[in-house]
Design a protein around this ligand. Structure first.
Ligand SMILES: NC(=O)c1ccc[n+]([C@@H]2O[C@H](COP(=O)([O-])OP(=O)(O)OC[C@H]3O[C@@H](n4cnc5c(N)ncnc54)[C@H](OP(=O)(O)O)[C@@H]3O)[C@@H](O)[C@H]2O)c1
Length: 295
């Protein structure tokens, strides 16, 4: 929200479009947008319809200039949670996440404070994002975890080996971010694409050189499979994501109403076994990206 390539008006229209599409969950964070703009825009867009949305926000991470500051001290989380509620114009959220662990604060201490916020009714459930299995275990010993939020998409599947099965065994919802790999899998990125200085994708190796070309070859193949099925690439990619065992929801970013309309078309139908097998073959041909993707 209010990230490069968008505006407040466009973000408001995109959130409002969710109602007509049957989307009932919005994911935000203390650190999204300049000075909490994302949460304020959500409050403005929802107005009296706030109770129709399941709102999730996150604390423990903030931006200072270009730097991310991890601060998951109990007092910080409490202050950020209360500020998020004020910005959102609500007395509670449905889900409050630890955005990312803080190496200077034991996970158990952070979890203890989130458990107190839960007991006080400031959130109806607690989640964690960007954590490992040992951190999930440490957290769960202090506070019940309802949801886990990791990055996940066709090109980034590491969670299948560890945290995803851990959550499946315990019935914890897994809501994944970057299902479209920040637009790379949405089918609109060109081979000669350049990104503005304020667009973080310009600094990712995945959006450059040979790795970009290999991914765009994959997208071309996915487009053929999608078109044969009567869908767009973005719809196919979202549908594939929702098909993966243990995945509860795909958190799709959108800058304009037409983007969320398209990605919403990724739900409500099922890829056939044959189409899934074709996608597997295309993914095997593309291979795992040989680069470390940022979180
Ligand atoms: N927990 C965390 O640490 C964390 C981190 C990141 C994100 N998240 C959550 O995950 C959500 C999604 O993340 P994201 O927005 O970074 O990634 P994403 O959903 O993979 O990609 C969204 C981007 O793809 C492009 N796009 C979307 N729909 C499209 C369409 N139909 N056609 C063409 N392009 C389309 C748009 O960028 P362009 O138009 O510029 O190409 C859009 O900004 C966020 O809103 C946030 O709630 C959480």
């Amino acid at each position: 929200m209010t990230s490069p390539g968008t505006s407040d008006e466009s973000s408001l229209a995109t959130i409002r479009a969710c109602f007509e599409l049957g989307i009932n969950h919005l994911d935000t964070a203390y650190m999204y947008g300049r000075n909490g703009e994302s949460e304020r825009l959500i409050a403005k867009a929802l107005g009296k319809r706030r109770d129709e949305m399941v709102i999730a926000t996150k604390g423990g991470l903030r931006r200072e200039g270009d730097r991310f500051i991890h601060d998951a001290a109990p007092s910080t989380l409490r202050r950020q949670c209360e500020e998020s509620l004020r910005r959102l114009g609500t007395d509670r959220v449905e889900l409050y996440y630890l955005h990312a662990p803080d190496e200077h604060v034991p996970v158990a201490e952070t979890a203890g404070e989130l458990c107190r916020l839960l007991a006080e009714g400031k959130t109806r459930s607690v989640g964690v994002s960007n954590v490992s299995v040992p951190q999930l275990e440490e957290f769960a010993a202090e506070c019940p975890i309802t949801a886990y939020q990791p990055p996940y998409n066709m090109l980034r599947r590491q969670i299948e080996a560890d945290t995803l099965p851990w959550c499946r065994e315990r019935g914890i919802a897994v809501l994944v971010y970057w299902p479209l790999m920040k637009g790379l899998l949405a089918g609109k990125i060109r081979r000669d694409q350049t990104f503005g200085r304020d667009d973080s994708r310009g600094s990712y190796d995945l959006f450059r050189g040979d790795e970009l070309l290999k991914s765009l070859d994959l997208v071309d193949r996915l487009r053929e499979i999608a078109e044969a099925a009567g869908h767009t690439v973005a719809e196919l990619v979202v549908n594939w994501t929702l098909h993966q065992p243990g995945i509860t929801a795909a958190l799709c970013g959108a800058k304009r109403p037409e983007q969320i309309r398209e990605t919403a078309g990724g739900a409500g139908w099922r890829l056939t076994d044959e189409q899934l097998a074709e996608i597997d073959r295309a993914l095997a041909r593309r291979g795992t990206p040989q680069i470390d993707l940022p979180v």
